[in-house]
Design a protein around this ligand. Structure first.
Ligand code: NAD
Length: 271
């Protein structure tokens, strides 16, 4: 699928975390195609991030790959410093980096619980807090956007759908939802918009076992009324819209991008 190209993010600087693969990489490419300058964060896959940067630059855009672990306060600060140093400002932040470490509840180690919360929830807190600080500190420019700044939190349908065997992950995404809404309420008056995206099942590295074989895919499709597994570009198109002025009156909401997965598909045939 071609990356989404509309609407425009011309002259804006966007930082995307976890941009070396999957949804983050698609968002970085789509932002580049929409005219944004992109800071593509990665934790360990430098090649993945550099490939995304090469694609954006080859298409005539500007981008840079920047290493940081989003769960580390100092590294997040350094990531924003490097972004502003390279590009002068930051207008859009997508807190996308996330992990799964699955286990039956009784077997889940404290380390598995903690690491998922550290990356998925604390990582988003650290990135969103740094974003708000930078948005407040810089001059708003109404020629490039009506908002002072935009934050997009990558959530999941599991911010509302309980998920056995993935309690740490579901707890982290439930936390992301109320962090996002509470923050949106707090900063709206400063013209900072904060929204979430809740993908359903998207074909990426995080969930390969759910779609990699025809049997697994058939089982997964039972949960998706729209009848197909999502692509990272489906999520990227939503992110471009949420980052753009076309959604200027939208804040504190989660956009479900899930082919209807959150519509209780088991009730399709009268429950
Ligand atoms: P992915 O594994 O391809 O991407 C996750 C990215 O986060 C990777 O690039 C990884 O390197 C990065 N990352 C992990 N820990 C990090 C850290 N500490 N610091 C910086 N980066 C780190 O999987 P994806 O599906 O593209 O996941 C992206 C986001 O989408 C995640 O937040 C995930 O929870 C969410 N999501 C995915 C799906 C899906 O079906 N794929 C569904 C709902 C939500």
């Amino acid at each position: 699928m071609a990356p989404a190209t509309l609407p425009s993010l011309k002259d804006q600087v966007a930082l995307v975390t976890g941009a070396s693969s999957g949804i983050g990489a698609a968002i970085a490419r789509a932002f580049g195609a929409a005219g944004a300058t992109v800071a593509a964060n990665y934790r360990s896959s430098q090649e993945g991030a550099e490939e995304v940067v090469r694609d954006i630059v080859a298409a005539g855009g500007r981008a840079l790959a920047l290493q940081a672990d989003v769960s580390e306060e100092d590294e997040v600060r350094r990531l924003f410093d490097a972004t502003v140093q390279a590009f002068g400002r930051v207008d859009i932040v997508v807190a996308n980096a996330g992990i799964q470490q699955d286990a039956a509840f009784a077997d889940m180690t404290l380390q598995q619980w903690q690491r998922v919360l550290d990356v998925n929830l604390t990582g988003q807190f650290l990135c969103a807090r740094e974003a708000v600080r930078r948005f407040d500190a810089q001059q708003a420019d109404p020629r490039i956007s009506r908002a002072r700044g935009k934050i997009i939190c990558m959530s999941s349908v599991h911010e509302v759908i309980p998920w056995a065997g993935h309690v740490n992950y579901a707890a982290s995404k439930g936390g992301v939802m109320l962090m996002m809404k509470s923050l949106a309420q707090e900063v709206a008056q400063r013209r900072i918009r904060v929204n979430g995206i809740a993908p359903g099942a998207i074909r990426t590295d995080i969930n390969t076992e759910a779609w990699a074989t025809p049997e697994a895919e058939q089982k997964l499709l039972k949960l998706i009324p729209y009848g197909r597994v999502g692509d990272p570009e489906d999520v990227a198109a939503a992110a471009v819209w949420l980052a753009s002025d076309q959604s200027d009156y939208v804040t504190g909401t989660t956009l479900m991008v899930d082919g209807g997965m959150s519509l209780y598909p088991a009730f399709r045939e009268n429950g």
